[in-house]
Design a protein around this ligand. Structure first.
Ligand SMILES: [Mn+2]
Length: 310
C-alpha cells in the first residue's frame, strides 16, 4: 500500500512535526534518500520557521523548508501522533509513520507500531521488509532517531531489538560518536542556564513523587532557552529516587501554555494528556492549553497524577 501510493505520486512531501527532534527528522531524512531512487520530486517540509541546529548533522537538513509546494500529490508524515501535529491543512493521500501510543491512524496508509522505540525503527522495519538497501546516510539518520528516543540507550524499553538495530545500522555506516557529539555534546549556554534556574525552583508534591516546574514567558526570553531545552529538566527530576512524574508548564507567546509530562511508567502520561487534548507515550506526553482557566486545569492534572500514583 505505501509503495502503491509512492508509485502513483509525482511530488511527495515529507512532513516532520513542529520543532522536530532527531527521530522525526531522522526518519524523514532516511526516507528522503530512499525516495531518490524513485525519481520523484521530493520536498522536506516543516511548519516551524527555525529548526534546532543540533540536527544539522543529518543529511538533507539544508533541504528543510516551511513552504508547502502547490503541486504536491502525496504526503508522508514522521513521528506525528495526530494530524494537528503536522501543522498543515491539506487534503492529500498520506502515509503515516509513527510509534506514538496516542496515534489516531489519520493517514490513508498507517505504519504505526506503538512498541517501537522510535519512528526510525518503524521506517527501518519497512526498509527491511521491502528489501531496501540502506546506505550510510540512511543508516545515520535512522540511528539518530534511535539514540534520541531511547535517551542514548538509557530508556527501560531498550530491548534485544533496539541493540540489534543499533548494531546493524553501525555496520551500515552510522557514526555513533558523531550522533552523540551533536545530540549531547553541544548544549547551549541558554540550556545550562535554564536548567540551573528550573532545578532551583522545582516544586515537589505527593511525598516528593511529583516534580513540578513552571516557566514564565519572561524567563524564556531572558535565558533564550527553547521549549525542548526547558523540557530536558524533566528527565533530571526523574533521576531522583522518589520522583515518579515530572510536569512542566511553559508559557507561550500566543498566550497559551505548553504542558509536558514525563513519568517512570507508573502513571500513563499519554492517557492524562489525552484528556486535555494532547497525547504521546506512556512515559512522556504533552499538550497545549489555550484556555483562560489554565491554573484550574493544571490543578486537575495534578489530582489525576496523584490519584494514579495512589
Ligand atoms: Mn519519536
Amino acid at each position: 500500500m505505501p509503495l502503491t501510493l509512492i508509485n502513483t505520486s509525482s511530488h511527495i512531501v515529507l512532513v516532520v512535526h513542529q520543532n522536530p527532534d532527531a527521530d522525526s527528522l531522522g526518519a524523514a531524512c532516511a526516507f528522503y534518500s530512499y525516495l531518490l531512487r524513485f525519481q520523484k520530486k521530493i520536498t522536506l517540509y516543516c511548519v516551524s520557521k527555525t529548526v534546532n541546529r543540533n540536527l544539522a548533522f543529518l543529511p538533507w537538513y539544508e533541504k528543510l523548508t516551511d513552504r508547502f509546494p502547490d503541486d504536491a500529490d502525496c504526503m508522508v508524515s514522521f513521528d506525528c501522533g495526530s494530524y494537528q501535529r503536522l501543522g498543515i491543512d491539506k487534503e492529500l493521500p498520506l502515509i503515516n509513520f509513527d510509534h506514538h501510543l496516542s496515534n489516531d491512524l489519520y493517514g490513508t496508509c498507517n505504519l504505526v507500531n506503538v512498541s517501537a522505540m522510535s519512528t526510525t525503527e518503524v521506517v527501518y522495519d519497512y526498509f527491511v521488509a521491502n528489501g531496501v538497501k540502506i546506505n550510510g546516510k540512511m543508516a545515520l539518520s535512522l540511528y539518530a532517531g534511535l539514540i534520541d528516543d531511547s535517551k542514548c540507550f538509557s530508556a527501560p524499553e531498550c530491548s534485544v531489538k533496539t541493540f540489534a538495530m543499533a548494531s546493524a545500522l553501525i555496520g551500515l555506516g552510522a557514526d555513533h560518536s558523531l550522533c552523540v557529539e551533536w545530540l549531547y555534546g553541544r548544549r547551549s549556554l541558554a540550556s545550562l542556564r535554564i536548567r540551573g534556574l528550573l532545578l532551583k525552583q522545582m516544586q515537589l508534591h505527593a511525598d516528593a513523587r511529583v516534580a513540578v516546574f513552571s516557566v514564565p514567558l519572561a524567563v524564556l526570553e531572558e535565558t533564550g532557552a527553547t521549549v525542548a531545552e526547558c523540557k530536558s529538566v524533566l528527565d533530571e527530576a526523574l533521576e531522583m529516587r522518589t520522583v515518579q512524574a515530572a510536569l512542566i508548564r511553559i508559557e507561550r507567546p500566543d498566550g497559551g501554555v505548553k504542558l509536558s509530562l514525563r513519568t517512570d511508567g507508573a502513571v500513563n502520561a499519554a492517557k492524562i494528556m489525552g484528556e486535555f487534548g494532547g497525547g504521546g507515550h506512556i512515559r512522556r506526553a504533552g499538550t497545549r492549553l489555550k484556555h483562560e482557566n489554565i491554573d484550574e486545569l493544571v490543578k486537575n492534572i495534578m489530582v489525576m497524577i496523584t490519584k494514579e500514583l495512589a
